[in-house]
Design a protein around this ligand. Structure first.
Ligand code: KG4
Ligand code: ZN
Length: 349
């Protein structure tokens, strides 16, 4: 192995099949992300279809990334693969593939936690995205507010009690008759809408909450979703939905962003640290980035992944694998995928 190891990162936890070839911490030599469009007609990911689709393309996706890098599989020094959390059938495709490759070549293997990788997605391109920072991880399956004093040590401040932030975008898009995934669709519709047109609730955000309260940092999005559904039904009945769709999208987006920003700022105040990192698919949201940057002001710093690295990708898996490898960790060949893999190093308050 040279001074800078060649890491192959493989991601198959949901509906993206992705492989990346990373040299050292930042040199992305090859990267393929294949988004499955098989789910579109169902308005959400169908687990069985996702697993089969991963199986069909995983070889080609890895080959493609290696070809971009101008390398062979034998040049890989370390294999990193998402071991969870995610859809079990989908995860198994990547884990089985990586185990077989690591075993055949006699190379080390790291089972990566998908959400820890979302944290590292930012550091991959932005060397300043280093702890300490407050992290907001917002994806289709998770909403986590963390205090990160150093890599590998994560203090859980808050989480969603029902729907994840991305899930709320996906469900509201469906209610509005927009496509899947919902986040980008809502963002597009919201561009021509008025965010003040509909006064949707800001769940779990009251000015009388105090840091000791157990809902001070927690999130809830299912009530907001119901409020949108009720409004959409009213608009449908009165025949105003077509005219109001953009306004509803903008007002819903603003409600989610308000809550995400306000809870993150509570953590910023309590920790006395004006450094914030956002990761996960919802970190692609322009409204969230703008809202967070505005709240942090000139003396704060916001670190976010660029669009391609915000949603699921193999590059962040390779980067996180390298971190774990550097700490001396190695996965046994008995590594298994786990739908509910616990976040490594995560402690509750
Ligand atoms: O991290 P990710 O690719 O997959 C999971 O690990 O779940 O996140 C996907 C989620 C979807 O719910 C999608 O609607 C949301 O990220 N998303 C967005 C935007 N782009 C993607 N949500 C809001 N605004 C966006 N621009
Ligand atoms: Zn993700």
């Amino acid at each position: 192995m040279g001074a800078e190891p060649i890491v192959l990162g493989l991601e198959t936890s949901c509906d993206e099949t992705s492989a990346a070839v990373l040299r050292g911490e930042r040199e992305l030599l090859g990267h393929i992300i294949l988004s499955q469009d098989e789910h579109e007609i169902y308005g959400g990911v169908v687990p069985e279809i996702a697993a089969r689709a991963h199986l069909r393309v995983v070889d080609d996706v890895v080959d493609g990334a290696l070809r971009q890098a101008g390398l062979d599989l034998a040049d890989v020094d370390l294999f990193g693969v998402t071991a969870g959390p995610g859809l079990i059938g989908a995860l198994l495709v990547g884990v089985s593939w990586a185990k077989a490759a690591a075993f055949a070549l006699g190379r080390p293997l790291i089972g990566v936690h998908h959400m820890e990788a979302h944290l590292f997605s930012v550091n991959l391109e932005d060397p300043d995205a280093e702890p300490p920072f407050v992290a907001l991880l917002v994806s289709g399956g998770h909403t986590l507010l963390l205090w990160v004093p150093e890599w590998g040590r994560y203090e859980l401040l808050g989480a969603t009690r029902d729907d994840a932030a991305g899930e709320a975008f996906d469900k509201v898009a469906k209610i509005l008759g927009l496509g899947y995934p919902g986040g980008p669709e809502i963002q597009r519709a919201a561009e021509s809408g008025d965010a003040a047109a509909h006064g949707f609730p800001r769940p779990m955000l009251a000015s009388n909450q105090r840091p000791g309260d157990d809902d001070y940092y927690d999130f809830s999005f299912s009530g907001l979703k119901t409020a949108v559904r009720t409004r959409v039904l009213e608009l449908e009945r009165s025949g105003d939905l077509a005219d109001e769709r953009a306004n509803v999208a903008a007002s819903f987006q603003a409600a989610v962003v308000d809550v995400l920003v306000a809870k993150t700022m509570r953590a910023v105040e309590e920790k006395g640290c004006r450094r914030v990192l956002i990761g996960g698919g919802v970190a692609a949201s322009r409204a969230l980035r703008a809202g967070m940057a505005r709240a942090l002001g000139d003396d704060g710093s916001l670190h976010h992944p660029r669009l391609r690295l915000a949603t699921d990708n193999g590059a962040m898996i390779a980067r996180a694998a390298l971190f774990r490898f550097g700490r001396g960790e190695r996965a046994p060949l008995s590594l298994t995928a786990r739908a509910d893999l616990p976040f490594p190093g995560l402690a509750s308050r």
